[in-house]
Design a protein around this ligand. Structure first.
Ligand code: AMP
Ligand code: GLY
Length: 427
């Protein structure tokens, strides 16, 4: 089949790399893609917000499957437009993408379906929101309802900070995303990410991972899109995974279908493993970035066929996904200044040397300028390696990082630290 993949980050490079290796994929296009994707796909300049242009491209190239990587085009209804043209789409339609596009929508769904999550209220009115603050202890979590590029969550330690966050959101500090806010009880525990594929009815687990959101070693500094990840996440034991499927994923998919908003694609659950059991922090309607890079490193099989099965309602008949039991770990190399003001244009070399021992370097924010690979975004490359556990995968990933020459870049040196400590203690 011919496939068009939408997106340009490390997540899409990892997806494209696996799609291109799929037996059932004959031709892969990526829009707009990146220099890494250029090695496994034909990159085309298409604006994903121009649904008509994407549809015309799909018709002219006989595209059988559209794979949408990032959340913005999903929430914007690219899936709806292309399905209306008869093209199979991996990724939810606009109504189902509300699971990521509106935090209040997801909290209300959890309430209706009895899914474990933090206690909450949602408000479209500032005074009502401020008045409701006193119902919560401290710290309290204040969230902008809509998509805010990972920045719409404030954990307020004092009631002054909580009020200020609410004022800021209603004052337009988060744009349209803050027109409504969700106030939540602050949960404690360890966080883990869980992925499931679904066609709206059948569901298959698709692996676990742990991300590192803070910019600095030891989990300090500003929040980022993610500075590194590993998969699987051993804290999500098979027993906990079954609970997550039964108590969180299954009722979500069932309720969405029952309410006329069937969800298809990948459902990414951000979880808090609390003393009362796993609770949902939030949903995303796409793969995590950089979690996807470690999932794809472990995945073996025909990704294209599996995605088509999700798109066409045939997941129950599809071959079950297989994952290597080894650990995959990825280190994000970012441009200095990330996440505030990343320095663009810095030269990168040494990728071949980094990949010599089996590591894989995914491109996230790179460009080619006069034959030289340069940084063009905040998160620039994702250096990914495997090992029999997190300790070994971490060693292999940093050995590869050390072969990269990227003077204007930096990375955390402690990706996987929680598990390295646990494995070290058990060794
Ligand atoms: P989100 O953008 O919803 O993923 O939230 C970003 C981060 O905020 C999460 O990864 C958690 O670390 C934290 N967070 C969000 N909601 C809660 C909550 N109710 N309790 C504790 N931490 C939270
Ligand atoms: N790495 C977190 C995310 O993709 O949302």
């Amino acid at each position: 089949m011919n496939i068009l993949l939408i997106g340009s980050g490390g997540r899409e490079h990892a997806l494209g790399w696996r799609l291109a290796q799929s037996k059932s994929c004959s031709k892969l296009y990526a829009a707009p893609g990146n220099p890494g994707l250029g090695e496994c796909a034909e990159c085309v300049a298409l604006d994903s917000s121009d649904h008509q242009a994407v549809a015309e491209f799909c018709r002219s190239k006989a595209v059988d499957l559209l794979v949408i990587g990032p959340e913005a085009p999903l929430v914007d209804g690219l899936g709806d437009s292309l399905r209306a043209e008869g093209i199979a789409v991996f990724g939810p339609d606009r109504a189902a993408a509300q699971l990521e596009g509106s935090k209040g929508f997801t909290k209300d769904l959890c309430a209706r379906a009895n899914i474990p999550t933090a206690a909450y209220v949602r408000h479209a009115d500032k005074s009502a929101a401020l008045a409701d603050l006193e119902r919560f202890g401290l710290p309290v979590v204040i969230k902008a309802d809509g998509l805010a590029a990972g920045k719409g969550v404030i954990i307020a330690e004092t009631s002054e900070a909580a009020s200020a966050a609410i004022e800021d959101m209603f004052g337009g500090g988060f744009g349209d995303a803050g027109a409504e806010v969700v106030i939540e009880e602050c949960m404690t525990g360890e966080e883990a990410s869980f992925f499931a594929l679904t066609d709206g009815e059948a569901i298959v687990p698709f692996g676990s991972a742990q991300d590192h959101k803070r910019v600095g070693d030891g989990d300090v500094g500003l929040n980022t899109g993610g500075m590194g990840a590993y998969s699987p996440a051993p804290v999500l034991t098979p027993e906990l995974e079954s609970r997550v499927m039964e108590e969180i994923i299954q009722p979500t998919v069932d309720t969405m279908r029952a309410e006329g908003m069937p969800y298809s694609g990948v459902l990414y659950a951000g979880l808090m493993l609390t003393s009362e059991g796993p609770k949902l922090i939030e949903y995303n309607c796409r793969f995590g970035d950089p979690e996807c890079q470690v999932l794809m490193t472990r995945f073996s099989g025909d990704l294209a066929a599996l995605m088509l099965a999700c798109a066409t309602g045939e997941l129950a008949q599809a071959v079950a996904p297989k994952f290597d039991s080894a650990t995959a770990l990825t280190v994000v190399m970012a441009a200095k200044g990330y996440p505030t003001k990343p320095e663009k244009g810095g030269a990168i070399s040494g990728i071949e040397a980094a990949e010599a021992d089996g590591a894989k370097v995914f491109h996230a924010g790179t460009a080619e300028k006069d034959g030289q690979l340069v940084a063009s975004g905040g998160r620039v490359i994702n250096v990914t390696a495997r090992g029999k556990n997190v300790i070994y995968a971490q060693k292999a990933a940093y050995a590869a990082v050390d072969r990269i020459d990227f003077p204007s870049g930096f990375c955390r040196r402690d990706i996987g630290w929680r598990e390295v400590e646990r494995e070290g203690a058990n060794a």
